[in-house]
Ligand binder design. Structure first.
Ligand SMILES: [Zn+2]
Length: 260
């Protein structure tokens, strides 16, 4: 992945998804101040919602996406995935989802979808043959519930082939900075021993991005078709929002993708 500048805004993009508009936003080029400086896309983080909506519009324009159709996840740390219908278009922003939808999938052209995070794992998926996209939010709960495998399964039910799906694992907190309590660490230790490190006092360090990669491979994606940003949002808090590094007072980055 590489950082590209589009106007005043920067995005992390990948060659692997060059057939589809996409990007993970950085912090620069927005209108928010203080802890949300400046491109916060989170609507429920304490920032002025009008600033957050303006920032989302800035991202949409920079990525040349159809902003009137933007559809967001509604992230409640579930493992729920929704295949969008026409009726769903615009939900999460101008209309509410009734329940948690931590991942969305669509084959509708000109309907951008967005996930939003600060330390949790944002994943974008694309099948360039079936022309289908997905956007996923994975915190530790969603990752434990293997939300990405639910997304791959749904995409395949809707006509994708596993070998055609490409996945980008975006900026999220790294193992270097993600210390969790014993119960959380133990939840991952047995299944993903290479992705957790036991620490003194019963604590664990956990690599959620690497676990996500393992889960995508186990779901049938080829190793070559998965790219992990490897960026730690806490270490690179100057460029990316980090819930932990900013002690809970942070904006959110967006992961955006749209079929044309
Ligand atoms: Zn770190």
């Amino acid at each position: 992945m590489e950082i590209v500048k589009k106007g005043d805004v920067k995005f992390l993009v990948s060659e692997k998804l060059k057939g589809v508009k996409h990007g993970f936003s950085l912090r620069t080029g927005g209108v928010s101040g203080g802890d949300f400086d400046s491109l916060n896309v989170g609507l429920r983080r304490g920032d002025n919602p009008f600033s957050a909506i303006r920032n989302i519009e800035i991202c949409m324009d920079a990525l040349d996406m159809e902003k009137k159709n933007l559809t967001l996840t509604y992230q409640l740390h579930t493992a729920n995935v929704r295949f969008l219908t026409q009726e769903d278009v615009g939900k999460g922003l101008i209309r509410e989802w009734g329940a948690g939808v931590d991942a969305v999938v669509t084959d509708m052209p000109r309907v951008p979808i967005m996930t939003y995070c600060a330390d949790c794992v944002p994943t974008l998926l694309y099948d360039g043959v079936r022309k289908m996209i997905g956007a996923v939010h994975g915190g530790w709960r969603g990752t434990k519930e293997n939300i990405v495998s639910n997304v791959v399964k749904l995409m395949c039910e809707k006509g994708c082939e596993k070998e055609n799906i490409v996945a980008l694992i975006g900026p999220a907190i790294g193992m270097c900075c993600y210390e969790v309590s014993g119960d959380v660490g133990e939840a991952f230790e047995a299944e993903y021993p290479d992705c957790v490190k036991k620490m003194p006092m019963g604590k664990y360090m956990v690599d959620l991005k690497k676990i996500t990669r393992c889960q995508l491979q186990a779901a049938g994606l080829s190793e070559y078709n998965i790219e992990n940003s490897l960026i730690c949002t806490a270490c690179e808090n100057d460029k990316f929002f980090s819930h932990r590094a900013q002690k809970g007072r942070s904006g959110l980055l967006g992961g955006f993708i749209q079929l044309d």
